[in-house]
Structure formats: C-alpha cells, structure tokens
Design a binder for this molecule. Sequence first.
Ligand code: SF4
Ligand code: SF4
Length: 403
Amino acid sequence: MSELFHYQAGNHSLRQGYFDAAVRHYETFLRSSTGQNRMVGLFEMGEAFKLNSCFNTAILCYEKILDMPTQGIDPAVADDIRRKVQADMELCDKLRNYTHPLNALFQPRALVIEPTNACNYSCYKCLHPAMKRKKTKLDPEQYEKFLSGWARRFGEFEEITFTGGGEALLHKGLTDIVRSSSKWMPHSCLTIGTNLSLLSEVRARELIEAGLKNWKVSLDTDDRAEHEKITGQDTFEVVIGNIEMLWSVLDEGKRGQLEVAAHRPLDGQYSEKMREIFNLVNGKCTVFRRSPYHSLMGRKENAELKLWEQTMDFDAPLHKVCLELWHNLVVTADGDIRRCCSDMFDCPDAELFGNIFTQTLDEIISNEKRRTVQTKIQTGATSDLYLCNRCFALYDHTSTFKG
Ligand code: SF4
Ligand code: SF4
C-alpha cells in the first residue's frame, strides 16, 4: 500500500476516535516515508494528536521532527515546520500537565481480570496443570477499591472480562465482584470466560441480575469420552446441559450473549469435528467460534498443539501490530499486571507491569516497562520480547490454513 493511503487512513481513524487504528496506519506510513514527506506527515500527525488531547504522542512526533536531518528538504519548509514544532511542544508540555494525566492512546480501554487461578480441569492444551503461581482468588474489596478509583479518575472500561488462568466460577464471591463492576461501571460490557461445568440455574440468574452480559464457553468436542480425555473430568453431559439451561435463562440471547468457542488440533479431522461440535450447539448459542490449538508460544511441548504453527511462516516480514497492550489491562487474581492473556500462566516476575492493589493509578499507568514494550511492538522490534517473539497472533495471516 502507498504511504499516502496509510497517512489518510490514519487521519480518518483519528477523526473517528480509533486511536489504535490511527497509530497502526501512521506507523506504517512512517516506515515507508522519507525526507520532506516524512517531515510534513509527522507534523500533521502531531497536530492531529494535539487536537485529540494526545499530548504525549504529539510530543513524540515533534521530537522525531527535531531529530530529522534536513538535507534534501526545502529549507523554507523545514524552518517553518521546526519553528511551529518548538511552539507546539511547549504548549503540549503545559497542556499534558493540566489536563487528563493520561495520554488517551496509552490508556487501556478494557479490563481482563482473573477471579482465580484455581481450576477444576487440567486440560492438556493448557499450561494450568504445571502453573507455578500460588493458587489464589481475587479479593472483592481490593478489586472494588481499584475499580472505583479508576472510574472516578478515568471513567469506565468498555469491557470487563472475568477470565484468566483458572475457572472463574470457582470464586464463590463472583456475584459480588460482578455487582460492584456494574455499580462503578454501569455501561461496561461484563463478560465471563468459563468451562461452564460449575454453573447452576440459581447462580446463572444471580450473575445475570448482577449485570453479567456475555458468556464465553469453551467446548472442544462433541464426545463424552474425548471430553474427559481433554479436560481430565467427566463433565461433558453437565456442560451440554448447562449450555441449554443458560440459553433458556438468557431467553435465547435476548438478555445477553452466549458464545461457544471450540479448539482442536489442526489434524485431518479438524473441519469434520468442528462441524459436529457446531451441530451440537447450533440453536443454543449466539455465536460459534473455532480455531486450532497452538503451543502457547512454544511453551507446551506437544506434537498436536504445534500443527497450526507449522503452517505459518515465522520468517516473514512483520506486518502486524498487536494492540493488546493498548486495549487491555490484564490483571491476575493477586493484582499483578501482565502483558496479555497468554501471559497469565507462567510470566516471570521481571515481565510484570506493576500491581493494581499495591500501586497508585499514576504508577500503574506510567509503568516504564509497559511503555518500553509498547514502543517495541509499535516499531516491530519484537524479536527480543518475551512471548511476543514467538506469538502466533503476529503470524497467523501467513498460515497456509485458511479455515
Ligand atoms: S484451559 Fe481453562 S479450563 Fe482448561 S485447565 Fe486451563 S484454565 Fe482450566
Ligand atoms: S504475546 Fe502475542 S498477544 Fe501477547 S502482547 Fe505479545 S504479540 Fe500480543
């Protein structure tokens, strides 16, 4: 694509308030532009960010301009832009101190919170059985304190998802956690990720009354014996019964969404098995999603799990920017902030981005490591980043499997 395309698409995205998309387009534009085009583009980007109150990002654009060699650029244009940039930098510097303390671009829009890292299953596709993290559960009071502080200071998360490296329904206080989420963030879309083996109708009704809207349920087979082999528990009939019960309590999707997600090894039976699972839940859920198993960035040694990644080209040029760190604040039950959902099982302490229970909101949001990783991801320098360097999410478009 031409540099003009990405420049115009970036402007359009920014006008719509789609900051992540704008950054993505602008980054692509900057990679391919040089000389005067680059200087003018950077200046206009800076102005656009300034007008959208993204003062930190505007300053980044201005700093790049001042660092640029002016060789080959019309001197009158270069002087004019550099003069304006000096003035705008001063203005942005003042404004960022007076206005919203966060640059909207770096502010997570959604929260992923782990109710507990305990689980009643031991799925072979999952790192949970070998998880070294101490088993713990989210403290509802500490959670409410964090959430109320965030709501007062920054407003509501667009979505709050209760999921992580365990089974959310194992937390007995989950209804209170959902209720306090609705209280402080009444417009947030509240979502749970669950294996659905522990739900009763009474609890389903309580959670829905407390404000839970979306249910994401994992179901990897239509066969009872295989379900037991995959999860370590003979709960296939219970899960199917609970899908039917939940669908009826949700009044067939009128009170919230029920998504069934199926994952399988990418072997010769993949498509056929997916069809069978789909037939089993068809008419009992809002959405059916499917995707192949993966090896969790090479951390799980299992031939079946690697099949999908073997169809990808990890040497291909990196064309994708992962927006996880811009979209989500991912937090484990002990309050630690992680990179993304893939990082909830065995993240080394050195990779943490802080803790929502022990740090102030300023410390959380200005975490240096988070910023450094964001910059590396933005600029495609992921080769030395823990997890990202082998992440299938960056290379799935290169897969020869187009299912
Ligand atoms: S995949 Fe989910 S249900 Fe299975 S062991 Fe891991 S956390 Fe538990
Ligand atoms: S590991 Fe993958 S999903 Fe997670 S932040 Fe890195 S690139 Fe994104």
